[in-house]
Write a protein that binds this ligand. Sequence first.
Ligand SMILES: Cc1cc2nc3c(=O)[nH]c(=O)nc-3n(C[C@H](O)[C@H](O)[C@H](O)COP(=O)(O)OP(=O)(O)OC[C@H]3O[C@@H](n4cnc5c(N)ncnc54)[C@H](O)[C@@H]3O)c2cc1C
Length: 393
Amino acid sequence: MRVAVIGAGLGGLLTAALLSEKGYEVEVFEKLPFFGGRFTNFNYKGYEITTGALHMIPHGSKGPLAKLLKKAGAKIEIVDSKPNGTALYRGEEIVVNRKSFPLKSRLMFGFYYLKNLFREVKLSEVESRLDDFSAKFLRAFLGWSLSVTPSQVTFSEVYPIYEATYEFGGPGIPVGGCKSVINALIEVIKSNDCKLERNTVRAIRKENFGLSVHFYRRESKKFEVVISDIGPIETCRLTELKLPELSESRGIKYSIALEEPLIDHTSVMFTLETRRICGINQVTNADPNLGKKHFLMAHQPMITSNVKFEIAEGLRDLKEILKGYKYELLAIQSFSDGWPVNRAKIGCDCKNETSIKGLYLVGDGAKGDDIEVDGIALGVERVVKKIEKEVVL
Ligand SMILES: Cc1cc2nc3c(=O)[nH]c(=O)nc-3n(C[C@H](O)[C@H](O)[C@H](O)COP(=O)(O)OP(=O)(O)OC[C@H]3O[C@@H](n4cnc5c(N)ncnc54)[C@H](O)[C@@H]3O)c2cc1C
């Protein structure tokens, strides 16, 4: 059974590794000169700068991605966060757990949960009724984790993430960073005699025998199943499928080298009283090899579409947070058109199946009910199960 995977991002490689383990004949096609898409890193001045992600797996070693990596035989070590997170509020760093939030806010959350059984509630409505700390934490959490503001999401969209955090725990950092996950998956794929090729796919066509994948220079190959990891919009452009209405989430990431540590744990420090920056992690606390000295990553969602203005606001925040520290700004990366933080904003993900038989979507436009790469893993799991059930080897 021949399976093509288009795009060697985390979603594509995870699917390819799982199917190759099960004996499918898989070929992966990637247009860029590197594998991993938005989940890998390159060394710059002694620091492992990422192509996207903040070197974090949302639910660490117990979450859906870790579970599937194990199933695929990909060998990864994940350092779980301790504590789950902290919040910088009124000059103090507060450990965040259920009890950190005033009782009134916890009751309010419960009230909205019940109310939500009957109707959708925008989180901005919830925010306006919370105490100052809880409201600012909510905003920072959404900005860091999902690159959205409370007015862009509903209570029911976020609730599964809240529940998953209690089930699986907080984030973890893979030793070696994002790239170690990608390399481990590539190793699995190659060890099963499956191929990874640098090639740009320009069309996918339905044929009598299955599907054909077309490349530049008029080359094409035949497959029974095609998995697309390039996002719903790009997939539709390569086929004759109708374009879905999809809004992406956008953000800006700062990579910073620091002489003296700012954070003394392996989790995220959410920043509650800033203009834009929502959180910072110091990834060298989990794996010292990720940077020559202390390595910080700060993230903000894009509130306006003016990138220059957004960066100026973010830099003003960083100047205040890092006042008195000796630091070097290694990189400022903005993530929007074609290379966003999320191809589908929370709650907007497409289904994994398409109306073309044998063509499936994976990746961050077709996630399951969880956050970032853990959501991608749930989508991949669904596709692999479906293929196993319907497509005989
Ligand atoms: C600033 C930022 C911070 C983030 N932080 C985190 C985090 O800490 N934790 C987390 O879990 N997630 C995080 N994310 C999200 C995470 O990085 C993405 O959800 C994930 O990497 C997406 O993987 P993917 O496989 O869906 O897509 P991609 O990584 O985009 O992979 C798709 C691949 O397809 C290739 N491709 C496209 N078109 C073609 C074609 N025609 N032919 C062949 N190949 C093609 C692309 O080159 C690419 O390599 C972050 C993202 C950003 C931008």
